[in-house]
Design a protein around this ligand. Structure first.
Ligand SMILES: Cc1ncc(COP(=O)(O)O)c(C=O)c1O
Length: 399
């Protein structure tokens, strides 16, 4: 039992859970940027598409609202939406029953949180390859478990190395989180490496939580749909959302797909947290998944151009390097030659050069020496940002 004395709450009676949560450095940089009096900042810290949601999706939501579809839905979400999600997953080679194996959630964030609460016992471990998206750490702690960060090899661009991950698994391991494409590295994990991790999860009778929120933003032909890689779908909990693929971050619409027993249990937890995902957003998601995909293709193409531009520019800057992102919209840049911490570099870039970035240290210890640059910004702003970044590096970095 956690004692009340353990909490350190001068102004209010806060729980140990509330006080154990750390703010991410993504948020820190966002807040520092908000406080800045510069009006020419270039935002390369952004974690969401800069595009607006396509018109036909907004029209579907508007029609739903006008038609009075403004009530609670079933806890699991509209069946029509679950069918659309199942069809979408089938295109990734994953077969799920929309009636019993899908829960519609308030963004992927809720799906991840529920997945952890459903399969993690207090005191368990959750293995997370790192650099990691920092929210996992918090979600694991909120489930009274311990995040076990396993460093991926920086010299190989943080590709998925299954061996240390498998070595980190034990009888206490409740789950392993795999994020492909990855935030912050943009890596799309090799099928064989992922398969090894899934097989190990089966041997340990544990779960792989496959976070595939960036699955719509893959630049090569690597497959997504981890649950379809091997015949072990009972051990894979797939999490995804409309946020990144359809530029729908604010609609808060995601899903959890997995074996019936897990989805049913997660649905019970969901009943007491949000009851159901917003009804209007569910109608918007049906339009997103089943409607025309032209806007998605245009956004994808724009991200590809930006990625190529960012990588070409970084290649020309002496002393920094970056593995080419294979998915998502982040470049994870090695700035270790600059002789300052990634937070010092990010602050200097913000205050002296007007470029907002995210320090790699915010993505786990192995991220120190790196900077995450988001290319969810137009080419013109990327050019200004990279001109400034290049000048900063050529002038010797932090003064
Ligand atoms: C790796 C990863 N997973 C999940 C999420 C959350 O997505 P959603 O907006 O659907 O909650 C994010 C958002 O940035 C993310 O980067």
């Amino acid at each position: 039992m956690v004692s009340r004395q353990a909490t350190d709450a001068p102004d209010a009676r806060l729980s140990s859970r509330a006080t154990s949560v750390e703010r991410s450095s993504i948020r820190l940089m966002f807040d520092l940027a908000q406080e800045s009096d510069r009006d020419d900042l270039v935002h390369l810290e952004i974690g969401e598409p800069d595009f607006d949601t396509p018109d036909h999706i907004i029209a579907a939501a508007s029609d739903a609202a006008t038609a009075g579809k403004t009530h609670y839905t079933s806890n699991a979400g509209l069946l029509e939406l679950r069918e659309a999600i199942a069809d979408d997953m089938a295109q990734d080679g994953v077969t799920v029953d929309p009636r019993s194996e899908i829960l519609v959630t308030t963004g992927a964030m809720e799906a991840l949180h529920l997945a952890m609460l459903t399969v993690v016992y207090p005191g368990d471990d959750v293995v997370v390859p790192t650099p990691l998206w920092p929210n996992y750490r918090t979600q694991v702690k909120l489930a009274d478990a311990t995040p076990v960060e396993v460093p991926l090899p920086p010299e190989k661009g943080f590709e998925l190395d299954p061996d240390p991950i498998i070595d980190a698994m034990s009888d206490e391991t409740a789950a392993v989180v795999l994020t492909s494409p990855s935030n912050p590295t943009g890596r799309v994990y090799e099928r064989d490496a992922v398969t090894d991790v899934v097989k190990a999860a089966v041997e340990h009778d544990t779960y792989v939580i496959a976070d595939e929120v960036y699955k719509g933003l893959v630049y090569g032909d690597q497959p997504t749909g981890i649950a379809g890689y091997v015949d072990a779908s009972d051990h894979v909990l797939t999490v995804s959302s409309c946020s990144k693929t359809y530029a729908m971050t604010g609609w808060r619409l995601g899903w959890l797909a997995g074996p019936t027993a897990i989805v049913e249990a997660a649905t019970k937890l969901h009943e007491s947290t949000t009851a159901c995902a917003p009804s209007i957003s569910q109608h918007a998601a049906i339009a997103a998944l089943t409607g025309p995909q032209g806007d998605v293709e245009s956004m994808h193409e724009a991200f590809r151009k930006r990625r190529n531009y960012v990588i070409d520019r970084l290649d020309e800057i002496p002393g920094v390097s970056c593995a080419t992102p294979e998915g998502a919209f982040y470049a994870f840049v090695d700035v270790s030659s600059l002789d300052a911490s990634s937070l010092e570099i990010a602050k200097e870039l913000l205050y002296e050069w007007g470029v907002v970035t995210t320090p790699g240290s915010g993505f786990g210890s192995v991220g120190e020496g790196f900077l995450r640059l988001s290319f969810a910004n137009g080419l013109e702003r990327l050019e200004v940002g990279l001109d400034r970044f290049e000048a900063f590096v050529r002038e010797g970095g932090v003064k």
